[in-house]
Design a protein around this ligand. Structure first.
Ligand SMILES: C[S@@+](CC[C@H](N)C(=O)[O-])C[C@H]1O[C@@H](n2cnc3c(N)ncnc32)[C@H](O)[C@@H]1O
Length: 273
């Protein structure tokens, strides 16, 4: 059961020093929440209420709670591990009068996975071509770009002969741009662009190639989904970012036409054991 009044008055012990609430009337007692975060400046809300205390360890107290009842709180932490990744991590916890709960929000929990949004940065055209080549795109391929930006990777894949390209992006503007670009390039009949979360695509088992330019944190969230959903033989090519301890089968180091250095990585899904 949600207990909204508590959350409107939940306080940070370290900020306000309201431990005296513990001496409240009747047999009511406070509950304590000890929250562990991965970053000093992660933004934390409890039941939608912003909290102010900084630090990796934050301690909160509720106002007095009725004995014998449990109360459910939703905690949401927004974490920015770098300037292009925003992770939203949510936990639901049960609290009770006189009890202390430790909420460890330092890591992703695979049972309640994080959400992630990555800033738009396009892959340069010559690197797009190198990715399509490294994936070995051919006429039987169904190619997904998870976080497709302006559609350049799936458009290039279809132009290189793929049967179909599917681009997914959270951003409406990018989706519109991708569709317009597929029209302009004369491949709209083979390119499907969807607005949605790349971590929630339902038909990844149709893919034979996945193209990516997202981030190491994002790729770690995506990896278990790819390992579960993709067919053996499916190739994954990522611009710059890797998949934790899943070693790529091949990495190419390229000098772009702009003179910058680029890395592209290839993985293949093996036969299930
Ligand atoms: C770094 S850009 C890469 C664009 C394109 N793949 C390329 O290589 O040119 C990341 C793109 O992913 C989109 N994006 C970010 N988070 C997403 C998510 N969770 N689901 C779907 N798209 C997302 C952004 O809107 C952006 O267009």
């Amino acid at each position: 059961m949600l207990h909204r009044r508590i959350c409107s008055t939940i306080v940070c012990v370290s900020c306000l020093g309201l431990a005296g609430l513990a001496l409240a009337q009747d047999d009511k007692k406070v509950a304590k929440l000890k929250v562990l975060l991965p970053e000093e400046d992660a933004v934390l809300t409890i039941e939608g209420m912003p909290t102010k205390a900084p630090g990796k360890l934050r301690v909160f107290e509720s106002p007095p709670l009725e004995a014998g009842k449990t109360y459910s709180y939703t905690l949401v932490a927004v974490i920015k591990p770098n300037n292009y990744t925003t992770i939203t991590r949510t936990r639901k916890v049960q609290v009770a009068a006189g009890k202390e709960v430790e909420v460890d929000m330092q890591q992703n929990d695979k049972d309640h996975p994080d959400e992630a949004v990555i800033r738009y940065v396009p892959t340069p055209p010559d690197i797009v071509d190198a990715m399509v080549k490294l994936a070995g795109v051919g006429k039987d391929d169904i190619v997904y770009d998870l976080g497709c930006g302006d559609g350049r990777l799936v458009i290039a894949a279809v132009k290189a002969g793929a049967k179909k390209g599917i681009g997914v992006d959270l951003d409406k503007e990018r989706v519109k741009e991708s569709k317009e670009n597929a029209q302009k390039e004369g491949v709209a009949d083979k390119v499907e662009i969807r607005e949605g979360d790349a971590l929630k695509v339902k038909d990844l088992s149709d893919a034979t190639v996945i193209l990516l330019y997202m981030g190491n944190e994002f790729d770690l969230l995506l990896r278990p989904i790819l390992e579960k959903e993709l067919k053996p033989g499916t190739r994954i090519v990522s611009h710059r970012f890797t998949m934790g301890d899943w070693k790529p089968e091949k990495t190419e180091k390229l000098t772009g036409k702009d003179g910058d250095q680029y890395l592209i990585h290839l993985w293949k899904i093996e036969k299930k054991k």
